[in-house]
Design a protein around this ligand. Structure first.
Ligand code: SF4
Length: 231
């Protein structure tokens, strides 16, 4: 743990993980991270994303609840091998309650289809579950409040690969300030799960010349997932 905030968040995430199964008075298990992962895996079959969503409830843990139309929790396959994590809902997502449904979402759908997959086969979510005003970047205290729910989602899903869409998602997941241009193009580790950072689809709409770089990142994911692709 790098600092006290990360330790507090890790403990909160762990508590949230257990409480999502309805266990309200459970102590943090002893024995270190490996034992916690084993125990989490053992009960994961009875866990559900719905339980985590129920724990989130009508969340008012940070100021972003005041401007949202609805919480955008995440959609897709609970058994997905690939999870996409973006930054935060935009206007269209806020209205529909689903992640990546605007123009950037349509491009993400094309990227997924180009990999030989469908949206129904992957899982898509964001770092932050409520739309920030004017689509500004989420603030550190907002991330601190919301991140335990993302961690609980990822703990439950345990995908083979996470694709971090854009600098904000990559920097948050990997706890770094490195630029997306430095991070993309290779796998990183997030609690034992390979993370491939790449450019956000909204960035690609403004900078289509970089689509080729993103496709290279997607091909590396396809190789990691052993998806068939043309040479
Ligand atoms: S952004 Fe997250 S923590 Fe803040 S109100 Fe929305 S769901 Fe709750």
């Amino acid at each position: 743990m790098k600092n006290e905030d990360e330790l507090v968040n890790a403990i909160r995430s762990q508590l949230l993980w257990w409480r999502s199964f309805g266990l309200k008075d459970v102590a943090i298990p002893a024995g270190g991270p490996a034992r916690q992962v084993q125990q989490a895996d053992a009960i994961s079959k009875s866990a559900s994303l719905e339980a985590i969503r129920a724990e989130l409830g009508d969340c008012r843990r940070c100021r972003l609840h005041t401007g949202r139309q609805q919480i955008v929790f995440g959609t897709g396959n609970p058994k997905a091998k690939l999870v996409f994590v973006g930054e935060a809902p935009g206007e269209e997502e806020d209205l529909q309650g689903r992640p990546f449904v605007g123009k950037a979402g349509q491009l993400l759908t094309k990227m997924i289809q180009a990999m030989g997959l469908t949206r129904e086969e992957v899982y898509i979510t964001n770092i932050i579950k409520c739309r920030p005003p004017q689509n500004r970047n989420p603030l550190p205290d907002e991330i601190a409040e919301c991140r335990p729910f993302l961690d609980a989602q990822l703990n439950l899903l345990r995908p083979k690969v996470i694709c971090a869409l854009g600098s904000f998602a990559a920097q948050t997941l990997l706890r770094t300030q490195d630029k997306i241009s430095q991070l993309r193009g290779r796998f990183h580790d997030c609690d034992g799960i390979p993370v491939m950072p790449t450019y956000h689809p909204a960035y690609l709409l403004r900078n289509p010349q970089d689509k080729q770089l993103v496709w290279k990142d997607m091909q590396m994911i396809m190789d990691e997932l052993q998806l068939l692709r043309e040479a």
